[in-house]
Write a protein that binds this ligand. Structure first.
Ligand code: CA
Length: 658
């Protein structure tokens, strides 16, 4: 292990002429680490403060010692180069950096695009061999407006590992290529299920190469969410059918993307550039100690991620790395969007650079992130991509923890939320409907986690009620149920919560399996719980078919009616109006005058958070009711009603149009 004192000496010029890492020259070429061709391979490592750098070549991806070691030569802008003649395809390599008198551990580098098992050695492959048949015709699946997206967050194992999935490639990228799979009752699972549900984009939990699963011991069937990045530009090996074959994970990831694209479903990746699994011995830090991370004034590692370290996106080469990494996934793997974990650790300038670079690939590529950190960061709040700074981010959305916790209950206490009858949350629900913007009819009182609006456009907000974090929706609703609430009521709470998500302005997001009423046996933060807790039991689709068809109806309603997907605040101000029905715990609004080109002239939405029916006076008109008391029928009204008196069912929503 490299001791911190050594690191500081190196950084402060003990071995090199730099007074600090901020003085390191920046290398702006696009040939870092490996440029392969059958006639020869060129290597270039950026490590300005190194005293020596070695290239080690291997026959095997994990075992045996190097068959050749080469001293790399100092080159421009802090880089070191070496050239090896002949075809190195099938070989593996690492770099080793010497600082002062100390040789650091080997690293496959940070720009590495293919690896051996467990990602310790870089692999030399011919990328042409990783393209599935027809890959050249594969196209991005992107929404015209980001508010058109319906995002489905899923973990690779949750999706397919249950025996009830009927899927052969359980826990693998290839699970997404299997069609015609069914649960025990013969209902569609897998990709057919996604199509049936109607979501537009899957958001994959970490699928880059992470460290917490031993890829050589897959028979152990260990589970991890994967928020422990090791190699950012390589898919995770345990999700491939052969982690020891460097081509396998790359090709199979592409097959997954291709298969989803064929069904018109886009792919969003969860990217975790904010920290690395280990700090001192990370593949980044073994190249350039101290450079890629932030430190406290006393020289200790800062830890805004809560995982032991935080990266420094504000440093030129880290920024370059993040920007080029997402562009690489977008171009090489045809990824359609990125979800930035703890985006509040990254600086605003980097996130806007990410947007600008992805715009050159396709401006419709989706970007959103968590606008918060897990702990304090030494970089000033005004510089970071926090929720409250979202208006300074170009074309990037943040998760609204305000809607999430207004609906299901604040994570900082044990009270239920609006959907389970908790009072005084009407304003917070209105704030959610208005996409967390400064909006007429919404005050700044009791907005749950914020004291004032932060979004300036609906395109900046992800609306959701649960994700992989914390308890899943069913468990949370059960754990906080008000006294005497029955399971039938919990189901109503569940439907009401998602009705708000899908009828609110912004971008809707659900956690996989919620549509089949999944639970996780009450376990909180299941990041390393076994499959038995995390798997989606696809027989739930039959057991809770009423829930499934309701979610399906909500998605269809939203997709067919652009009024729920307005594209800017001006449009919202013209068409969205909150109305007062004078009943506590009831929120109502109209979307009037064919909002956003909707075929329905006027739409009325009423949410009843009370655990009892309430009578309200409807605005004037003859209304066609399409959502009522836990039933939904977007195309064929359930019934028609004339004003004034109308009874809204307990813990449910009514949606009607004229
Ligand atoms: Ca791995």
């Amino acid at each position: 292990m490299l001791l911190l004192s050594t690191l500081l000496i190196a950084c402060s010029g003990g071995s090199k002429k730099y007074a600090s890492v901020d003085e390191y020259p920046v290398y702006d070429g696009n040939d870092l680490e490996l440029t392969y061709s059958p006639s020869g391979s060129k290597f270039r490592v950026w490590s300005p403060a190194a005293d020596e750098v070695k290239l080690l070549l291997f026959d095997n991806g994990s075992e045996g010692s190097a068959y050749e070691m080469k001293d790399m030569k100092r080159a421009k802008n802090g880089t070191w180069t070496a050239t090896v003649d002949g075809d190195l395809k099938g070989k593996f390599y690492t770099f080793q950096v010497k600082i002062g008198e100390q040789w650091l551990d080997e690293t496959p580098g940070m720009w590495v695009k293919a690896v051996g098992i467990n990602g310790k050695r870089a692999a030399i492959i011919d990328f042409k061999e990783t393209n599935p048949e027809g890959w050249e015709n594969d196209k991005h699946v992107l929404p015209e407006n980001v508010t058109d997206a319906v995002i489905y967050e899923v973990h690779m194992r949750d999706f397919s590992i249950s025996p009830t999935s009927g899927i052969k490639n359980k826990g693998k990228f290839l699970a997404f290529t299997e069609k015609g799979t069914k649960n025990s009752a013969g209902q569609a699972t897998g990709i057919d299920h996604l199509k049936e549900l109607g979501i537009t984009h899957v958001h994959l939990l970490p699928s880059y190469d992470f460290a917490s699963i031993d890829e050589s011991k897959l028979e152990e069937n260990k589970y991890n969410w994967g928020y422990d990045p090791q190699n950012y530009n390589v898919p995770e090996g345990s999700y491939s059918t052969d982690p020891a074959n460097p081509v396998s994970r790359i090709k199979e990831f592409k097959q997954m993307v291709q298969s989803l694209h064929k069904e018109g479903i886009g792919v969003i990746m969860d990217v975790v550039y904010n920290h690395t699994y280990v700090g001192e011995n990370s593949h980044l830090n073994l190249l350039v100690p101290g450079y890629f991370y932030r430190f406290n004034e006393d020289g200790t590692w800062s830890d805004a991620s809560g995982c032991g370290n935080e990266t420094a996106s504000d440093r030129a080469m880290m920024r370059k790395f993040i920007v080029e990494s997402v562009v690489y996934w977008a171009k090489e793997y045809h990824v359609d969007g990125f979800r930035f974990d703890l985006m509040g650790i990254h600086d605003i300038e980097t996130m806007n650079a990410v947007r600008a670079a992805l715009d050159k690939v396709d401006p419709r590529i989706i970007i959103y992130g968590e606008g918060w950190t897990a702990a304090a960061s030494p970089l000033g709040e005004d510089k970071r991509a926090l929720k409250k700074n979202v208006s300074q981010l170009n074309g990037i959305a943040v998760f609204s923890d305000d809607i999430r916790d207004a609906l299901k209950g604040n994570w900082t206490n044990d009270f239920p939320g609006f959907v389970a009858g908790r009072d005084s949350l009407e304003n917070a629900v209105k704030f959610a409907v208005a996409a967390s913007t400064d909006f007429p009819g919404v005050t700044n009182k009791k907005l749950v986690h914020t004291d004032k609006p932060y979004a300036t456009q609906p395109t900046q907000i992800i609306n959701y009620v649960s994700c992989h974090d914390d308890m899943c929706l069913v468990d949370k609703l059960r754990s906080r149920k008000p006294a005497g609430a029955t399971e039938a009521e919990i189901q109503k709470f569940n439907k009401l919560a998602q009705t708000v998500v899908f009828t609110a302005q912004g971008i809707p997001f659900i956690f996989a399996g919620e549509e089949v009423y999944r639970d996780k046996k009450g376990v909180n933060n299941t990041y390393q719980s076994p499959d038995s807790i995390n798997q989606i039991n696809w027989d739930n689709k039959t057991i809770y078919n009423d829930i499934f068809t309701y979610y399906q109806g909500l998605i269809a309603l939203r997709k067919e009616h652009p009024a729920f997907r307005m594209t800017d605040l001006e449009m919202m101000k013209k068409h969205l109006k909150f109305i007062e029905l004078n009943v506590p715990n009831v929120v109502a609004f109209t979307l009037s005058d064919n909002a956003n080109g909707d075929s329905w002239k006027n739409i009325l939405v009423i949410y009843n958070g009370n655990r009892k029916n309430v009578s309200v006076d409807l605005p004037e008109g003859e209304w066609n009711v399409v959502v009522h008391d836990g039933k939904i029928s977007p195309n064929d009204p359930l019934f028609a009603v004339k004003n004034p008196r109308f009874v809204v069912g307990a813990s449910s929503a009514s949606v009607m149009w004229e």
